[in-house]
Design a binder for this molecule. Structure first.
Ligand SMILES: N[C@@H]1[C@@H](O)[C@H](O)[C@@H](COP(=O)(O)O)O[C@@H]1O
Length: 241
C-alpha cells in the first residue's frame, strides 16, 4: 500500500488526476472505475483542465461507475449518472456510449446487476477510484456480518442516508436502496486509488488501513489489494505521518 498525504487540496487533486492521466497516456484504451460523492470532484476538475489544455484525451477510454440510486433516472439531479455527466463526461471527449453507470430504473434489478458484472468481467478495470464512507463503506457496500461479492441492490444505512441527504431536498427524498458494485468487483481492478479528505474521515481511514480486516469495515478489505494507493489531505491522514 502506498500512503500519500498532501499539504493542499490542489496538490492532492493534481496527484489524483496525474495518476489517471498517466494511465490514459500509456494506454488510451484504459478502463476507468469511477466514483461519486464530494471527494473526487476536485480530481475531475483537474482532469477537465488537462483535457482543455490539449494534453489529455478520453476518446478511447471506457468507464464504469461504482453505483447508482435505485429509482432515480439519469436526468435526476441527484443521480450519479447526472453527477458524472456534470463533473466529467460532458466536459471531456469521452464517448457517452463508453460510459457506464448502473441503471437505477431497471425493472429487474437482479438482471441489471448480472449484466453489470458481466461487463466488468469482460472489460477489466485498470484503475478504480474510490471515496470512503464515514462508516467504512466503499461504493454502497455497507458494514455488515457478510459482504456480497458481486454487483447487487444494497439497502443504505441510516448514517449513509443522513450523509447523502445534502444532495437532496430532504432526507426523506434519499432513496433507501442503491445498485453497487460488490467488494469482489472492486478488488478485481488492477489498481485502486482511495481518496480521503477531512478530519471527519481520519479515524475511519486509520481503522480501515491499519486495523483488522473485517466486513464491519468494508474498506479494510483494501489492505489485501496488491496495488493500492491512498491519497489523503493532512486532516484525514495526520495519523499516517
Ligand atoms: N456511494 C458513495 C460513495 O461512493 C462515496 O465514496 C461516499 C463518500 O462520499 P463523500 O465523498 O461525499 O464523502 O458516499 C457515497 O455514499
Amino acid at each position: 500500500m502506498n500512503l500519500l498525504t498532501f499539504r493542499t487540496e490542489e496538490d492532492l487533486n493534481r496527484a489524483g488526476a496525474g495518476l489517471i492521466a498517466s494511465l490514459l497516456r500509456i494506454n488510451p484504451r484504459a478502463v476507468l472505475g469511477l466514483a461519486t460523492g464530494s471527494t473526487p470532484i476536485g480530481i475531475y476538475a483537474e482532469l477537465v483542465k488537462l483535457y482543455e489544455s490539449g494534453s489529455l484525451s478520453f476518446a478511447k477510454a471506457r468507464s464504469y461507475n461504482l453505483d447508482e440510486y435505485v429509482g432515480l433516472s439519469g436526468s435526476h439531479p441527484a443521480s450519479y449518472r447526472c453527477f458524472m455527466n456534470t463533473h466529467l463526461f460532458n466536459r471531456v471527449d469521452i464517448d457517452p456510449a463508453n460510459t457506464h453507470v448502473p441503471n437505477g430504473l431497471a425493472v429487474d434489478l437482479e438482471q441489471e446487476c448480472a449484466y453489470y458484472d458481466a461487463m466488468i468481467e469482460d472489460d477489466r478495470i485498470d484503475l478504480q477510484l474510490l471515496g470512503l464512507g464515514h462508516n467504512g463503506h466503499i461504493g454502497f457496500n455497507e458494514p455488515d456480518d457478510e459482504l456480497i461479492p458481486g454487483t447487487h441492490a444494497a439497502t443504505l444505512q441510516q448514517r449513509t442516508i443522513e450523509a447523502n441527504a445534502r444532495f437532496f431536498e430532504s432526507e426523506d427524498d434519499v432513496p433507501k436502496q442503491a445498485i453497487t458494485m460488490g467488494v469482489a468487483g472492486i478488488m478485481k481492478a488492477r489498481q485502486i486509488m482511495l481518496v480521503v479528505r477531512g478530519e471527519s474521515k481520519a479515524r475511519i481511514a486509520e481503522q480501515a488501513l491499519t486495523g483488522p480486516i473485517t466486513t464491519q469495515c468494508p474498506a479494510s478489505l483494501l489492505q489485501l489489494h496488491p496495488n493500492l494507493v491512498v491519497l489523503m489531505d493532512e486532516a484525514a491522514g495526520a495519523w499516517a505521518k
